[in-house]
Design a protein around this ligand. Structure first.
Ligand code: NAD
Ligand code: GLY
Length: 359
């Protein structure tokens, strides 16, 4: 089992990664948490698969667990369903010593984390992510929140977990499309920070696609190491953390234009990374063959690399104009000047972006 540390002073925490690591993770909780009550926040799909074992291990570790089940899906990442978590905590007489365990993908993790950040002005929480996307991205770094009319993740807080436990065995049941979406974020880390990892992903496509344990451990460890280091350097996204949004501004433009239907976030990120490559090329930062190399890897993992035929570049640009990362009208994008080195480029014009998409 691998163990990484996210170094944030008093808010530092470990990430445990391994096949069956929930056992060790739960055994470690009595040392990390003050109280005995723990609310497992989950959804029906994940609950059916993993709640029984999680509750057994929690009881064995001396906890009194209860379960709060949210409906499955991004459309329930709302203030009304957040209230269900508060209701469950109040009914269970949770106090400031008690804790929340998020058991699920990014939707459950973001909501459970935000409930933990706000219930009684903050109680402990731990992340037990069960999707690839949550294991390599959303469970690490402390971004928590909900969607609200007017924006996705627009209400939220930075609030770090006390522990993250990535149990590789959870990924066996993950639908193929969800797995591929997580791979978009994995490829992102190679492009933005780690050229050797990028090359490793090129050389191990079969093992990763087959979800071999050793390959899973490598991709999750490398991804979490990258994310943890970036977050440790800039917890609140004042600066370098923005590189984690590589491909995401384009992705949000695509998702907005499609009204968040038909396409999954990871698929939009995949196309977004290809567009960010075109932008980097059109700004003269990389040769075309570098952008093509990134595109080839994205395609090799079964992800889309071009816009749906019925979506025009103009519609994507219009969709991006509403992104909360386009700060006060300034167009800010993450570009790269070689594989393994991304940075934020400010002050781009709308027409430069539109031209890059059309390339
Ligand atoms: P998700 O949580 O909706 O999970 C995807 C689907 O997989 C769901 O139907 C879920 O029930 C199912 N599932 C979960 N684990 C499973 C398993 N082991 N086996 C079978 N099915 C399983 O989606 P996601 O992609 O994990 O997360 C997306 C969310 O994460 C979005 O709301 C996004 O905003 C958020 N996010 C947050 C951050 C962050 O830094 N906080 C980063 C990226 C994304
Ligand atoms: N997912 C981007 C971030 O955590 O900053």
């Amino acid at each position: 089992m691998a163990s990484l540390r996210v170094d944030l002073g008093p808010r530092s925490y470990s990430i445990l990664i391994g096949d069956g690591s929930s056992k060790e993770g739960i055994a470690a909780l009595p040392r990390l948490l003050k109280g005995k009550k723990i609310a497992v926040v989950t959804n029906p799909v994940v609950s059916r698969l993993f709640a029984g074992k999680t509750l057994r291990l929690l009881r064995k570790a001396g906890f009194k667990p209860s379960v709060i089940t949210l409906p499955d899906g991004e459309r329930y990442k709302t203030i009304q369903h957040l209230a269900r978590i508060y209701d469950g905590l109040i009914e269970g007489h949770f106090d400031r010593a008690d804790a929340i365990l998020a058991l699920g993908g990014g939707v459950v993790g973001d909501m459970a984390g935000f409930a933990a950040a706000t219930y009684m002005r903050g109680i402990d929480f731990v992340q037990f992510p069960t999707t690839l996307l949550a294991q390599v991205d959303s469970s690490v770094g402390g971004k928590t929140g909900i969607d609200y009319p007017g924006g996705k993740n627009i209400v939220g807080a930075f609030y770090q977990p006390r522990l993250v436990v990535c149990d590789l065995s959870a990924l066996k049941t993950l639908p193929e499309r969800e797995y591929r979406c997580g791979m978009a974020e994995v490829i992102k880390y190679g492009v933005i920070r780690d050229a050797r990892f990028f090359a490793w992903l090129e050389g191990n496509i079969k093992e990763v696609a087959a979800r071999k344990t050793a390959a899973l451990e490598t991709i999750i460890r490398k991804s979490c190491a990258c994310k943890g280091a970036v977050v440790a350097a800039d917890e609140r996204e004042a600066d370098i953390r923005a590189i984690l949004n590589f491909g995401h501004t384009f992705a949000h433009g695509i998702e907005t234009a499609l009204d968040y239907k038909r396409i999954k976030h990871g698929e939009a990120v995949a196309i977004g990374m290809v567009l960010a490559g075109r932008l980097s090329y059109s700004l003269g930062l990389i040769p075309q063959k570098t952008a093509e190399r990134v595109k080839r890897l994205i395609a090799a993992y079964g992800l889309p690399t071009s816009l749906p035929t019925d979506l025009s570049p103009a519609e994507v640009v219009e969709g991006m104009a509403h992104d909360k990362k386009i700060i006060s009208g300034a167009w800010r994008f993450v570009v790269y000047d070689r594989i393994g080195n991304a940075y934020v480029k400010d002050g781009l014009s709308r027409s430069e972006i539109a031209a890059a998409i059309r390339l």
